[in-house]
Design a protein around this ligand. Structure first.
Ligand code: WTA
Length: 654
C-alpha cells in the first residue's frame, strides 16, 4: 500500500464505530476464558505444551539467542503421531478427520482417523522403499486431494522434511524450490481439477525435473486419470507403490523427533526475486498451531470445521492439516473453486456437513458479495457458529456482509493476523471474550508481545500508526530462512535490533486494538497471496523483447491489490494486445498464473532519478490515477506525463 492508500484506509477504519460485544451465551461455553490473558507467557506455553503427546518430556522451555529461538528443548515427539495415531489409540479411530468433497459433484469421501492412519502408514512404507528416511527432503506438488495431507503426514512420520509447492505455481517456480531444498523425491498427481478443467501438474513436474536432477523419484497420484508420461526408473504411480504395503502402525513406527528438528520449509515471496525458504520445526510449531486453533476457533469435539484455504499456503499447513488434526477435529476439505458448478457451491457444502466454523480470506468474501447474497440464502447456514478471516486487511463492509449474510447476524467474526513466518495466528479476537470491530484484528494472542513502532523505534501509543513489531519469541515462529542467515537477519531483525519486524503497517487505537494496514515493503498482496514486485519484474525482463520493467500494486475492489506492470520493449518497439497477452503468459510460465499482471502499460521509458533509480512512487500514482507527487528529481520529467497518457488508455486483458 502507498502512503495515500494507507491514509485513506486508516480514515475509513477510524470512522468505524460499530462494536460487537461477545454474546454471554457464547462466553459461558467458550474455550477461551479471561484467565488466559493473565498467565505469564512462560507459564502459558508450558501449560499448553500438554496439548501434545511427548515421547520424552521437554526440559527447557525456551532458549532465546536473538534472532534464533528454540522451544521445548530436550523433548522428543512426532507430529504424525500427534495428528493421527494418538487419536486412534484413544478410541477415536471412527471419528471423521476429513469430509472430502471433490470438485466434480458427487465425488465425496469420508476419511476417519483410522482411515487416515492406514493411508499414512501404507504410504510411509512405500516412501521408505523409495529411500525416504529421517532427514530426506521431499517436495509435494498437489491439489486439494486427501493424499496431499497424507503425503505431508507420511513425511512427518518418517522425519523427512517437506516443502509443499502450491499447485498454481509454474514448472520454474517448482524447480527453484526443489533445488533450493535439495529435494530427492517429488510427490505429485496427474492433473488437478479446477473449475471444470484440468491443471497438468505432472506435465509441469516433468518440465521442472529437467532442471532438478537431484530428484531421483517422482510419485504420481492418479486423480483425473488424464494421460501422463512416466519416466522409467524415476516415476512411479502412487497406487502401485502402496499395493501390498502394510497399514499396521507397528510396521512403520513414528520416528521420535527432536523438538527443534525441521518439519517443513514453505517458500514465500520477499523483496528480491528469490523466494525465502521459511523454516518451521517440530514442537513449538505444533503447540502453537494446536493452541491457537483451539481457542481462536472455539473448536468443540463435535465441531465440523472448514478452512477454505489451499494446503499449498501456510494457512493450509497450520489450519487444515497440523492444527486441526492435532486437536482431533473433523474438517471439511474441498477440492475446487467456490463457483463451480454454481456460485452456491460453498453454501451447499456448509449445509450438507453442518459446518459450524468457517475460515476464509477477504478476497473470497468480496467475491461472494459481488455475486450477491441470494446464493447463500438458498441454503440453511444455521449450523455456523463462528467465522474467521485471514490473509489481508478486511474492509469493514466485507466484514459486516460476512457476519450478516453468512453468519446470520449473530456469529462472532475473528479477523486473524499472521504470516508464513509466524507459523500461527498472533493477533486475533478471542470469541466470547473480545469486543470486535469490523476491520480490526483487535488484540495480540495471550503470550504475544506485539507493538507499533515509529521509524526511530519508539513505541507509538494509542491512536498512533507505524510498523508492526513483535518483541518476544513465540513457539511457532520461523527458525530462519533456509541457508540464508544474513537475509534472515536483514529482513526481520535489522530495522529494530532484537525486535521482529513484520513488514506490515499498523495502527493502534484508544482501546489498544490493532488495525493492520498492509505491507510496507515491495510485496503485493493479491487475493491474499504474497507476490514480490521484483519477482514479477524479473519474470518480465526474462522475456527476450523486454528491455525494462517496473511493477507495482494498485487497489482492486475484489482482489485487494492488482498487479500493474510498466514495460519498455527493446529497440523502441510499440506494444500491442498480442504482446500484452504474450507477456502475461510469460509471467504465468515463470511464476504462476497468480502473478500475471492485471494491466500492462507499454512505455518508451521508465521514470528514473538522475542516478538511474526507477521512481516506483510515481508509477504507483499513475497506477492509482492519482495526482503525481514530486517529480523534481526526475532525470526527464516528460517521461511520466507520457506514461500517464498511456496509463489511462492502458491495455487490460480479462
Ligand atoms: C497479510 C498468511 C491484515 C499481512 C497467513 C501479512 C493480513 C501477510 C492479515 C502474510 C489480516 C495476513 N489483516 N493483513 N488478518 N492476515 N495479512 O505469509 O500483510 O501468506 O504480512 O500468511 O498477509 O501473508 P502470508
Amino acid at each position: 500500500m502507498t502512503e495515500t492508500q494507507r491514509g485513506a484506509a486508516i480514515e475509513t477504519m477510524f470512522e468505524e464505530v460499530r462494536r460487537y460485544p461477545p454474546d454471554p451465551g457464547f462466553t459461558a461455553n467458550a474455550n477461551a476464558q479471561a484467565e488466559l490473558y493473565e498467565l505469564d507467557f512462560e507459564e502459558l506455553w508450558a501449560k499448553e505444551s500438554q496439548r501434545v503427546t511427548w515421547f520424552e518430556p521437554w526440559k527447557t522451555l525456551l532458549e532465546w539467542e536473538p534472532p534464533y529461538a528454540k522451544w521445548y528443548l530436550g523433548g522428543k515427539l512426532n507430529v504424525c503421531f500427534n495428528c493421527v495415531d494418538r487419536h486412534v489409540e484413544a478410541g477415536k479411530g471412527g471419528k471423521v478427520a476429513f469430509h472430502w468433497e471433490g470438485e466434480p459433484e458427487d465425488d465425496r469421501r469420508e476419511i476417519t482417523f483410522a482411515d487416515l492412519q492406514a493411508d499414512v502408514v501404507r504410504f510411509a512404507n512405500a516412501l521408505k522403499e523409495l529411500g525416504v528416511g529421517k532427514g530426506t527432503p521431499v517436495g509435494i506438488y498437489m491439489g486439494m486431494v486427501p493424499e496431499c495431507p497424507v503425503a505431508m503426514l507420511a513425511c512427518a512420520r518418517l522425519g523427512a522434511p517437506h516443502t509443499v509447492v502450491f499447485g498454481g505455481f509454474s514448472a520454474d517456480s517448482l524447480s527453484d524450490r526443489l533445488n533450493d531444498m535439495e529435494c530427492e523425491v517429488l510427490i505429485t498427481q496427474d492433473e488437478a481439477w479446477r473449475r471444470g478443467t484440468t491443471v497438468p501438474l505432472k506435465r509441469n513436474a516433468d518440465e521442472a525435473l529437467e532442471s532438478s536432477s537431484g530428484v531421483k523419484k517422482c510419485v504420481v497420484l492418479r486423480r483425473t486419470q488424464g494421460e501422463v508420461s512416466m519416466e522409467r526408473g524415476r516415476d512411479v504411480f502412487w497406487n502401485e507403490i502402496v499395493e501390498g504395503k502394510s497399514d499396521d502402525p507397528q510396521s512403520c513406527p513414528c520416528e521420535p523427533m527432536d523438538s527443534e528438528d525441521l518439519l517443513y520449509l514453505l517458500y514465500t515471496s520477499g523483496t528480491t526475486a528469490k523466494p525465502k525458504g521459511i523454516a518451521h520445526t517440530t514442537a513449538g510449531y505444533l503447540v502453537g498451531v494446536a493452541t491457537t486453533h483451539h481457542y481462536i476457533f472455539d473448536v468443540k469435539p463435535e465441531s465440523v470445521y472448514w478452512c477454505a484455504a489451499d494446503v499449498g499456503w501456510v494457512t493450509g499447513h497450520s489450519y487444515i492439516v497440523y492444527g486441526p488434526l492435532c486437536n482431533g477435529t473433523t474438517s471439511v476439505m474441498y477440492e475446487g473453486t467456490p463457483d463451480f458448478p454454481d456460485k452456491d457451491r460453498w453454501w451447499d457444502i456448509v449445509e450438507r456437513y453442518k459446518v459450524d466454523i468457517l475460515y476464509t480470506a477477504p478476497t473470497a468474501i468480496r467475491s461472494h458479495m459481488k455475486w450477491g447474497p441470494e446464493h447463500a440464502e438458498r441454503h440453511d447456514l444455521s449450523s455456523l457458529r463462528l467465522l474467521g478471516s485471514v490473509g489481508e486487511p478486511i474492509n469493514p463492509e466485507a466484514w459486516i456482509w460476512y457476519r450478516d449474510h453468512i453468519g446470520g447476524g449473530g456469529t462472532p467474526v475473528v479477523d486473524t493476523w499472521w504470516q508464513t513466518e509466524t507459523g500461527m495466528i498472533l493477533i486475533s479476537p478471542l470469541p466470547g471474550l473480545t469486543t470486535t470491530k469490523p476491520g480490526s484484528a483487535t488484540k495480540p494472542f495471550p503470550g504475544i508481545d506485539a507493538a507499533v513502532f515509529d521509524e526511530q523505534g519508539n513505541e507509538v501509543g494509542p491512536g498512533g500508526g507505524g510498523y508492526l513489531v513483535l518483541r518476544r519469541p513465540w513457539p511457532a515462529m520461523l527458525r530462519g530462512i533456509y541457508k540464508e542467515h544474513d537475509r534472515y537477519v536483514e529482513t526481520y531483525w535489522s530495522k529494530y535490533p532484537g525486535v521482529y519486524f513484520a513488514g506490515d503497517g499498523a495502527r493502534i487505537d484508544e482501546d489498544g486494538d490493532f488495525w493492520l494496514l498492509g505491507r510496507v515493503d515491495d510485496v503485493m498482496n493479491v487475493s491474499g497471496h504474497r507476490i514480490s514486485t521484483i519477482e514479477v519484474e524479473s519474470a518480465l525482463v526474462d522475456h527476450q523483447e523486454v528491455a525494462e520493467a517496473a511493477v507495482c500494486g494498485r487497489m482492486d475492489p475484489t482482489t485487494g491489490q492488482a498487479i500493474v506492470a510498466f514495460v519498455t520493449l527493446k529497440g523502441g518497439a510499440e506494444g500491442s494486445p498480442e504482446k500484452l497477452a504474450e507477456l502475461r503468459n510469460h509471467v504465468g510460465t515463470k511464476i504462476g498464473a497468480i502473478a500475471k499482471p492485471a494491466n500492462i502499460v507499454f512505455t518508451p521509458e521508465l521514470p528514473k532519478t538522475r542516478s538511474g533509480k526507477i521512481m516506483r512512487r510515481l508509477l504507483r500514482d499513475v497506477a492509482e490515477n492519482r495526482p503525481l507527487g514530486d517529480t523534481t528529481t526526475l532525470a526527464d520529467p516528460t517521461v511520466v506525463e507520457e506514461i500517464r497518457d498511456r496509463g489511462t488508455t492502458d491495455q487490460t486483458e480479462e
